[in-house]
Design a binder for this molecule. Structure first.
Ligand code: S0N
Length: 266
């Protein structure tokens, strides 16, 4: 597959996937998601690969979710190729691929991890953050939500109260705050981030691949029911994106003006 939105390299058993759209803070569009799925599947199929690192290009952002500039007038994302009938992004498929690839996935969070980009790091097996990274959900601010792994699995990671706070208030959290709530495993200075992720990958590569695979399956089994919730979430999101309420969130962001959801409470 020709890769335009991501960088993909394999070196000494480590596959590194870099979301490469820094002009929009590494927001993803339909093509980005397709390329991510393709590269994770390539790493899955390649027996020489034992660990995957997911990161973002540049210093500003890891990923800030769906590209708001690519959303169409009917609410969903412009979509060419692949499965239709949803929100126009194969996000659910990507989440399943990251969860099911039988190798540890390390998120190296180099900046903003917001919205759907935050969900990506939550789903990864491990997260190493730059001191400068910022974490948060933004859906209720921009007329969107991930009511699947983005909320139900997040609650398992940080606890119910904190997960609800993260989604209801849409605040941003520092790397230190994220570490305190169990959202990240380790914090390093920004310039050491990639090296730190590679060091952990090398430690993992010394371990038994079958033991790692079975442990990942075991960890996943307990939260596997969330897949059904995720399908419901994406199905309802496809309908919600087509409403004036969701449109208001998207338009306010694009027009750089305060959002007005008050009219939807009348
Ligand atoms: C990341 C934020 C906090 C950065 O703020 P800051 O530093 O003030 O910079 P900005 O000037 O706002 O942004 C810099 C440039 O980057 C562009 N940009 C930022 N985010 C996006 C984006 N998502 N899409 C397109 N462009 C983006 C800005 O426009 C700006 O460029 P210029 O100056 O040229 O206009 C701040 O930017 C922010 O809050 N961004 C919005 C993030 C957002 O809304 N993400 C989507 C949120 N969605 C959800 O939470 C839904 C849940 C979900 O997980 C999901 C599920 C399924 C499918 C999709 C999604 C999804 O994520 O949409």
């Amino acid at each position: 597959m020709e890769l335009t939105d991501i960088l993909y390299e394999k070196t000494n058993g480590i596959a590194k996937i870099t979301i490469n759209r820094p002009q929009v803070y590494n927001a993803f569009r339909a093509r980005t998601i397709q390329e991510l799925i393709w590269s994770f599947r390539d790493a899955w199929d390649d027996n020489r690969v034992g660990v995957v690192i997911l990161t973002g290009a540049g210093e500003k952002a890891f990923c800030v979710g769906g590209d708001q500039k690519e959303k169409g007038d009917e609410g969903g994302y412009d979509y060419s190729g692949g499965l239709g009938g949803g929100i126009g992004l194969e996000v659910e498929n990507l989440h399943q691929t990251i969860r099911n690839i039988p190798k540890p996935v390390i998120a190296a969070v180099n900046g903003f991890a917001i919205g759907g980009g935050h969900v990506l790091h939550v789903i990864c097996d491990l997260t190493i953050a730059a001191e400068t990274a910022k974490f948060g959900q933004s859906g209720p601010k921009v007329g969107s939500y991930d009511a699947g792994f983005g909320s139900a699995y997040l609650a398992r990671v940080v606890g119910e109260k904190k997960a609800r706070e993260i989604w209801y208030l849409c605040e941003q959290y520092s790397a230190q705050e994220a570490k305190e709530m169990g959202l990240v495993n380790k914090i390093v200075p920004a310039e050491q981030l990639q090296q730190a992720a590679e060091e952990w990958a090398e430690k993992i590569l010394e371990k038994s691949p079958t033991a790692l695979k079975m442990l990942k399956y075991s960890f996943n089994a307990d939260s596997a029911n969330i897949q059904g919730i995720s399908q419901l979430s994406m199905g309802s999101l496809a309908m919600f994106y087509n409403t004036p309420e969701s449109e208001e969130g998207k338009n306010a962001f694009l027009e750089k003006r305060p959002v007005d959801f008050k009219k939807f409470r009348q």
